[in-house]
Ligand binder design. Sequence first.
Ligand SMILES: NC(=O)c1ccc[n+]([C@@H]2O[C@H](COP(=O)([O-])OP(=O)(O)OC[C@H]3O[C@@H](n4cnc5c(N)ncnc54)[C@H](O)[C@@H]3O)[C@@H](O)[C@H]2O)c1
Length: 378
Amino acid sequence: MTAAKTLRLGIIGGGLMGKETASALARWCNLEDVGVHAELTAVCDLQPAVLDWFRRIPSVTLLTSSADELLASPSVDAVYVAVPHHLHEELYLKVLRAGKDLLGEKPFGIDLAAARRIRDEAGRLGRFVRCSSEFPFWPGPQRLVSEILAGRCGRLIEVRSGFLHASDLDPAKPINWKRQARHCGRAGVMNDLGMHAVHIPLRMGWMPTRVYARLQKIVETRPDGKGGSAPCDTWENALIAGEFPGADGSPVPITIETKRVAPGETNTWYLEVTGTEASYRFSTKEPKTLWVFRRDREQWWQRTDLFNTPPFRVITPGITEFGFSDCFQQMIAAFAAERAGVLGGRFGCVTPDEAVASHELWEAALRSHESKSVVAPG
Ligand SMILES: NC(=O)c1ccc[n+]([C@@H]2O[C@H](COP(=O)([O-])OP(=O)(O)OC[C@H]3O[C@@H](n4cnc5c(N)ncnc54)[C@H](O)[C@@H]3O)[C@@H](O)[C@H]2O)c1
């Protein structure tokens, strides 16, 4: 492989997602046709125990607690940054100014102003920058997107998109940074889960022009892990109802649901698009299945169990099941391929403009909730 077709990735923030990324890179041999060899070369985290975990990855030559040291390394071409949201802007800008490309985590800055500054600096410096959102890389959403792009829906009737967790249902679960506005951001659950729900809608051009939002704080305090309790001051559940202009200019309703207190939902990502000619429905609750609606004299929701055929070919047989770690690996492959100019017609990661648009939506939702009125994003 030539140097241009190699991606030497560094990670800043080796927690939950830093490790998921390391795992995706460690089994790169699973991928058949990315056209880029990617490997993990360096990791930065403030916790020695976290750094120790990465000793199991043979390609890693630098473990450090200094982001500056990682960014000075000639063995790093691009950096995946997975840290709490209040640190995104500072670290993303550092990466860009060190001359490295960036795969940022959502929400891509703690708020709209931060996201705009990151996007603008990336543009000024000409860096390749994308933001993480992996669920569209499942075979189901991929098929759904290709049906929409082929115009099979007819006139759009409605779009429903969401990402639901039950992880915060237990009030005895100790507090962490994701439940505190100063670390997670004022937009709360929308910052945390929202990018997943809007990646495909934004890519399809379905940016709402008017929204009405209802936000909920449900568990107001949590154990602080030291015998006391701490305020839990983020929005936990958010329901946004909006509309965007359809192909003929008439408004199409869209609902975007992000919840951390959703009974029975472990990690449920879903998208449903209805149209006059065909409708489609995918949920990670039925991970193999794409539901397709058709009508003749009668009306049918047809279930198709899709093969394991993600955008980048894998060695795993097509008859098997696709999973979360697979979609995460496919997303990193899309980043690597697009950076190298070999994405082809495949679906790409969230762009900086899309990340900014998502924050415009969250800010509008916050204003709508506060004023109890319909608000225009932007
Ligand atoms: N794409 C997804 O599905 C997904 C899932 C969960 C979280 N996330 C996002 O990933 C990011 C990180 O979330 P997480 O769940 O991995 O968090 P985490 O708390 O598990 O890990 C964060 C890590 O960052 C380290 N860190 C903190 N400050 C640092 C600094 N200045 N320099 C270096 N390391 C530092 C911490 O020590 C910790 O190990 C967030 O932006 C979050 O929204 C994405």
